[in-house]
Design a protein around this ligand. Structure first.
Ligand SMILES: [Zn+2]
Length: 74
């Protein structure tokens, strides 16, 4: 599967901080622990942000769901 890197830092800072804080770590099994070194990429038309959990250091990934875009599609 081809990944297309996107520039996470082109987003508004409020949007970035929301994405960095609103996470789910599958290793800690806890929400909102925060991400370090976030990177954004697109894969098969879906956008993800990936980074390291601030608590355990494991890689975590979250899909960015753009409500506006999914509404336009229907
Ligand atoms: Zn963790």
């Amino acid at each position: 599967m081809a990944r297309m890197m996107r520039d996470f830092y082109q987003r508004a800072s409020s949007e970035r901080s929301w994405m960095i804080e609103s996470t789910w770590c599958g290793t800690c099994r806890l929400h909102d622990l925060g991400l370090e070194n976030p990177v954004e990429f697109e894969e098969e038309g879906r956008v993800f942000v990936q980074g390291r959990c601030r608590i355990c250091g494991q890689t975590t990934m979250a899909e960015i769901v753009d409500q506006r875009k999914s509404a336009e599609r229907h």
